[in-house]
Design a protein around this ligand. Structure first.
Ligand SMILES: *Cc1c(COP(=O)(O)O)cnc(C)c1O
Length: 422
């Protein structure tokens, strides 16, 4: 598959739509936040008439304001002085180290252990669901500019999850009968060839893993590279594997990741959804809310409605996590709630399956139910959908009203009885 990055993107004919200043900004910011864009994305998703303001452009190419002005200048000066690659890389490392690269402490807090040794390449945060990061799936066909695992893609990064072998995964599952769901994530697990993916999936169909009922694949292939399901050399084998999973009475869910309704308009994506549904796979969709990409009630309304029509069950609407170029993409929590409410109130009940806005943070997944007034004071009603401590799930609690807050860390308990939730 062909893709574009800092070293070849100027060959794209569309680049002449950008100004010299915009191209310069890409060259500078990409030193800190590298980018990679698939052929499908540049040819079918980005509307080049809109240039840098196009939502799909923002979702993929670096933008000047992703860096603080002083950090931008640092890299700009090094480039203009002809500094060595080592010096540029060191400056970029220093800038990245200030962008909360290990978000939510996931690398240390969620690692499972078996017989006293820790198993890298998996996360077990919520009792029922095991996250698996196969090594060959730790890349994507396009890198999202807002990705909360952005640091995996940085050159020389130590943030990749180590390899997990299928045997270790199965051993762990055999010892944990509470696990009902295995969620393959990455990167993108569908970057793996079908043969490699099958080595992880087939053990889950064995009688020893009868307690595994749902197998999820978290993937953006439907949007970034739908040909993966249509015309890749192993497309047919992939679809055959999907049929086999259904045959083994496991529910296979492809958790797609939708950003914008334009992704659902291309004939390739529509065809891929149709083919996938014929294999019996259930499609579902998650959406992070991002400034300048989809922070608009009309856009979200269309996203919920269109994906439902394509058979993708709208699942979570996430608040962007506090990492990387978060300042550039963040939407205040209150505004996020309004956008959710406005968009959801205009679609039929089937598309109201989407839950949000949700913050996936250190203690769990927290939904913002919205503001309310108590006497003369305002508060924000919240609820855990998932928690490290299962006893917190589903009980309403309050935070002090704060219309500037953009993340969980900004919120304070409303009263003494709310403290146990923080
Ligand atoms: C979101 C998430 C899950 C899946 O949670 P569901 O509510 O079942 O979709 C599992 N593990 C981690 C670490 C997560 O962040």
């Amino acid at each position: 598959m062909r893709y574009y990055n800092l070293y070849n993107y100027k060959r794209l004919p569309y680049i002449e739509r950008l100004t010299a200043e915009e191209i310069h900004a890409i060259d500078v910011v990409a030193r800190v936040f590298p980018f990679k864009v698939s052929e499908h994305t540049v040819s079918h998703l980005i509307n080049w008439e809109k240039g840098c303001d196009d939502p799909m452009f923002r979702a993929t190419f670096p933008h000047r304001d992703m860096l603080e002005p002083k950090d931008f200048q640092t890299i700009e000066q090094l480039l203009s002085q002809g500094a060595s690659e080592t010096a540029i890389a060191a400056a970029a490392d220093e800038i990245r180290s200030r962008q909360n690269p290990d978000v939510s402490g996931q690398r240390a807090l969620n690692v499972p252990t078996l017989h006293d040794s820790s198993l890298q390449g998996m996360q077990h945060k919520y009792r029922e669901t095991l996250l698996v990061f196969p090594k060959e799936g730790q890349n994507c066909s396009t890198w999202c500019s807002f990705c909360f695992r952005w640091n995996q893609f940085v050159p020389g990064s130590c943030q990749r999850f180590s390899n997990v072998q299928p045997e270790e995964m199965l051993d762990y599952i055999k010892e944990h009968r509470d696990i009902t769901d295995v969620l393959f994530t990455g990167g993108d697990p569908l970057m793996m060839r079908t043969g490699s993916l099958a080595k992880y999936i087939l053990p889950l169909l064995s009688p020893e893993a009868a307690h595994i009922r749902n197998i999820r694949l978290g993937s953006r292939m439907l949007a970034w590279d739908p040909q993966r399901f249509i015309s890749a050399p192993d497309s047919a084998a992939l679809l055959e594997l999907f049929r086999r999973i259904q045959g083994a009475e496991r529910n296979l869910v492809l958790v797609a990741h939708w950003l914008h309704p334009s992704e659902l308009q291309t004939p390739q994506t529509r065809e891929a959804c149709r083919i996938l549904r014929q294999t019996g796979v259930q499609l579902s969709g998650q959406t992070p809310l991002l400034k300048g990409i989809n922070d608009n009630a009309d856009v979200l309304e269309e996203l919920w409605r269109e994906q439902t029509a394509l058979g993708s069950i709208a699942y979570y609407m996430f608040i962007a996590r506090d990492t990387g170029a978060h300042k550039y993409f963040e939407v205040p929590l209150i505004r996020a709630w309004k956008l959710y409410r406005d968009s959801v109130s205009r679609v039929s009940g089937l598309a109201r399956s989407v839950r949000g806005p949700v913050m996936s943070c250190r203690p769990g997944k927290i939904i913002i139910d919205g503001p309310l007034t108590l006497g003369t004071e305002s508060a924000l009603a919240l609820r855990y959908l998932q928690a490290r401590k299962p006893e917190l799930v589903g009980r309403p609690f309050l935070a002090r009203f704060d219309d500037k807050a953009t993340w969980w860390n900004d919120l304070k308990p409303y009263g003494a009885s709310d403290e146990e939730f923080f």
